[in-house]
Design a protein around this ligand. Structure first.
Ligand SMILES: Cc1cc2nc3c(=O)[nH]c(=O)nc-3n(C[C@H](O)[C@H](O)[C@H](O)COP(=O)(O)OP(=O)(O)OC[C@H]3O[C@@H](n4cnc5c(N)ncnc54)[C@H](O)[C@@H]3O)c2cc1C
Length: 545
């Protein structure tokens, strides 16, 4: 008798599971229920379809229902939500009746979340920005064509992607965020650089506040800080809540947000029930704890494993560690592993090293810098995470460092990686190699590398601190400097050491960190103690202060 597999949800994890189940078992009976009329469209493309970068709606439709039916023999039930499940009798219920299963795959994803907003029930001009139905509502109402001003609620990855695309569509955009920074879970430096890019492109950022009320008569938004402004349309992109109530109420183990806890075979705690995608919780491979990574990368891969195993295979998906990337106008911002905020929150000891360096050699035209910080275990040197922003080559470095994390490489391995080099792509010493060198140097104990926040604390709290700026005078003149800094250019330092006191701690900085490092070595070898080099130099400082 053939295995009867039922899949609930037809967007990302569901179709992935269905196709893999078919590839694993030609004889399985596979039924997929999807509550809407759409399957397998590119949610990730929706912001780009709003700006017209993706020119037509049909480009978002990745897999046509016919393909799933014909090529993969899936019995597709569109517009048929599963409304209940009997986990003992192994039945799911829809409005059309009950269906039995041998194996059930939950791929129900998550629903967008609306915080309490006074009068929102009477306010017509708003939508979520999550599903194709949201997109259709926005387009059918002519929001993009007819609005001058659009408000985005939520400055996470999707909110900011949407904001950028609306700017490209010629709109004035305001972004409202409850946290005091955009990208709330990122290191403040990187969030600030992202915010600078948004401001530079005309986006009005309102941080540390939330939408308290909307006024349907005047089309005004009232913020919790008392501010009020007119908007043509509001898009809400705050968070997603896993659609799992049906299973949590039957006793499935879950995280507090409802994400179903699965093992590496994607099995939930309920018999013969698998879960994959945004509705599931997978292990954070760095901490071993269950985490929630609502990303298209995981939904596709985890769906595949759930489908294979439901059809009798024995495949595993080990979890994730938070790799993400986003385009922000001319910049790309990315991260992998644990960021400084995660590490602080979890009380995990770490050291960090930051560099600002070219992603192509200085002699090659149009050089661009990458701001790159890695976090690593202070004892073993194992790379724990990285955050970065830049105008080119960010995608390559984040994936190299993600691979380094997966392979449990240390800061000492990074300079030994044989990375590709030719002038259009990389300097001879790739930024990943350089950050490895810097981390190793910083660990040798003859000077200490400090980030901008630590430098600020040093300046505020250290008595008799000498602040030494080793840039050339023209650079100070053009770009500014840290208050109270003494300027001795690196190339003059050896001859002017007697102008500095060996008894006082010294904070050294240059433009990006390299000359500060060389100066720190000169100082250390000439008997200076308590030397701090500002990681990322004045370029990092001026982004924050
Ligand atoms: C605008 C946007 C941009 C994004 N960009 C990126 C990106 O660049 N990179 C990235 O990695 N991720 C991105 N994501 C996240 C990614 O799209 C999601 O992680 C992924 O779609 C999750 O897939 P899923 O199948 O688990 O859930 P979903 O995509 O939420 O699909 C769940 C499906 O289940 C159906 N369903 C729910 N309940 C029932 C029921 N009871 N019966 C039947 N059907 C049901 C729903 O209708 C839905 O079709 C983005 C998301 C959005 C919204």
């Amino acid at each position: 008798m053939s295995t009867k597999i039922i899949i609930i949800g037809g967007l990302s994890a569901g179709p992935s599971a269905a196709a893999k189940a078919r590839r694993t078992d030609e004889n399985a009976e596979i039924i997929l229920f999807e509550k809407t009329e759409h399957i397998s469209y590119a949610t990730c493309g929706i912001p780009y379809a709003m700006s017209g970068k993706i020119k037509t709606r049909d480009k978002l439709m990745v897999v046509q229902p016919e393909l799933l039916k014909k090529r993969f023999g899936v019995d597709l039930h569109l517009n048929e939500p599963v409304i209940d499940v009997d986990t003992n009798a192994q039945l799911v219920y829809t409005r059309n009746g009950s269906y039995s299963y041998d194996k059930l795959i939950v791929a129900t994803g998550g629903s967008a979340f609306l915080p309490p907003i006074e009068n929102v029930q009477n306010f017509e001009n708003w939508a979520f920005a999550k599903t194709i139905e949201d997109f259709d509502k926005i387009m059918k109402r002519g929001v993009i064509e007819n609005s001058e001003h659009i408000t985005i609620v939520g400055a996470g990855l999707i909110g900011l992607e949407t904001a950028e695309n609306l700017v490209h569509a010629g709109k004035k955009v305001t972004v409202i965020e409850l946290s005091t920074q955009v990208l709330a879970n990122w290191n403040m430096k990187f969030a600030q650089m992202a915010a600078n890019e948004l401001l530079k492109n005309g986006i009005d950022l309102k941080l540390g506040t939330s939408v308290k009320a909307v006024d349907p008569a005047t089309q005004e938004i009232l913020l919790s800080n008392g501010e009020k402004f007119f908007t043509d349309f509001m898009m809400v992109s705050i968070s997603v809540k896993p659609n799992t109530e049906m299973f949590v109420s039957k006793g499935a183990n879950s995280l507090p947000n409802g994400a179903l806890i699965v093992n590496e075979r994607m099995e939930t705690s309920l018999p013969n029930i698998y879960a994959a995608g945004d509705c599931a919780s997978i292990p954070n491979m760095l901490t071993g704890n269950y985490g929630w990574f609502p990303m298209g990368t995981h939904s596709n891969k985890a769906g595949r494993v759930a489908g294979a195993n439901a059809a009798g295979a024995n495949e595993t998906f080990m979890g994730g560690y938070g790799t993400a990337i986003m385009k922000l106008f001319d910049y790309t911002i990315a991260r992998t592993g644990l960021g400084s905020k995660d590490l602080d929150r979890k009380n995990i000891p770490y050291k960090s090293s930051m560099i600002i360096t070219g992603t192509t050699p200085g002699f090659y035209p149009d050089p661009k810098d990458i701001f790159l910080e890695i976090y690593y275990d202070p004892e073993k040197g194992t790379v724990l995470g990285a955050e970065m922003i830049g105008e080119s080559g960010v995608d390559k470095r984040v994936d190299v460092l993600s691979t380094a994390i997966y392979a449990k490489l240390t800061i000492h391995d990074l300079p030994r990686l044989d990375l590709a080099y030719a002038p259009p792509y990389s300097p001879a010493k790739d930024p990943v190699v350089v950050v490895g060198y810097v981390a190793e140097n910083g660990n040798k104990g003859n000077y200490e590398e400090v980030n901008v926040t630590a430098a600020k604390t040093l300046i505020n709290e250290t008595k008799d601190l000498t602040i030494l700026d080793v840039r050339n005078p023209g650079e100070l003149h053009n770009n500014g400097s840290i208050e109270r800094a003494t300027n001795i250019p690196l190339d003059d330092l050896r001859n002017r050491l007697d102008e500095l006191s060996k008894d006082k701690p010294i904070l050294v900085y240059c433009a990006k960190g390299l000359r500060g490092y060389l100066s720190s070595l000169i100082l250390a070898q000439n008997g200076f103690k308590n030397i701090y080099n500002l990681a990322g130099g004045f370029n990092a400082w001026k982004n924050m202060y």
